[in-house]
Design a protein around this ligand. Structure first.
Ligand code: NAP
Length: 239
């Protein structure tokens, strides 16, 4: 059985490495120098919507699809649901659980990146923004100071008062503490991505007593789901 993994996450790479079947990992091609899986084939670029994906699944003889994309990659996940139903291929969504606030956290949960931008002026003035380059234009009109951390340089409108930091996780608490102190950050903005690679900023914010604006995940795709690579492997062996 040949497996398609829709990738772009650490879980996708771990699944490709552990999968006992032939694997193709698909990446969107957004990141200039993407982290690649150590095993299996890799293809890069969109499929051309759900119809394109359904056609590709048939042509490639795919027997199962695991959608291991980022929890905020809404469109490809919706496309996978439609395409797999059309092509008659079983689909599993692999999503690490979201983050949960502890008693010492001061989190403001908001439903979208736009709501995070709307909430910010009443919460802080020096913002550590870690929501990625795609939604950056939403923050451009705000008269606040931003430390923006992204993997690749942003395109399109950006905030007028901003310092850009190009970097990629995983991050350590000591480094995040030093960064936030150095820039006198008074609020952190993040998506509820979950997982361990980027939790250090949440620990640092807690230690510094800083508020966190946490963007909630979009609705989960309408398909069976697994929270770990091990569960996904068990699903594959029973499919
Ligand atoms: P998106 O809005 O859900 O998808 C937009 C389009 O990009 C899709 O319609 C599809 O084009 C193509 N695409 C997306 N993921 C693909 C994949 N794995 N393989 C082939 N084509 C893909 O996606 P996004 O939010 O821009 O995310 C793009 C990629 O970056 C995803 O693979 C995701 O795992 C990763 N990522 C996203 C975030 C985030 O915050 N959104 C964070 C970290 C990593 P067609 O319709 O032409 O097939």
């Amino acid at each position: 059985m040949k497996v398609l993994i829709l990738g772009g996450t650490g879980e996708a790479r771990a699944l490709a490495a552990a999968c006992p079947y032939p694997v193709v990992t698909s990446l969107a091609g957004r990141v200039r120098d993407p982290a690649l899986p150590s095993a299996g084939e890799v293809r890069v670029g969109g499929f051309g919507g759900p119809e394109g994906l359904a056609g590709w699944l048939r042509e490639a003889g795919i027997g199962a699809v695991v959608d291991a994309t980022h929890p905020f990659a809404e469109r490809i996940s919706a496309n996978a649901v439609t395409a797999c139903a059309t092509a008659g291929v079983p689909l599993l969504v692999l999503r690490r659980p979201g983050w949960t606030a502890g008693p010492d956290d001061n989190w403001h949960r908001v439903p979208s990146v736009a709501d995070a931008a709307a909430a910010l002026p009443s919460i802080g003035e020096r913002v550590f923004l870690t929501t990625g380059r795609q939604g950056l234009a939403t923050f451009a009109p705000l008269d606040l100071w931003f430390l923006v951390r992204t993997v690749d340089p942003p395109e399109g409108p950006v905030p007028g008062r901003m310092e850009l930091l190009l970097d990629r996780g995983p991050y350590l608490v000591a480094g995040e503490l030093a960064l936030m102190r150095r820039h006198a950050i008074d609020v952190l903005v993040t998506k509820d991505s979950g997982g361990g690679m980027t939790t250090a900023k949440l620990t640092a914010a807690r230690e510094l007593g800083l508020p966190v604006v946490m963007v909630d995940r979009p609705q989960a795709p309408a398909a069976p789901s697994a929270g770990t690579v091990e569960e996904a492997l068990a699903w594959l062996s029973s499919t």
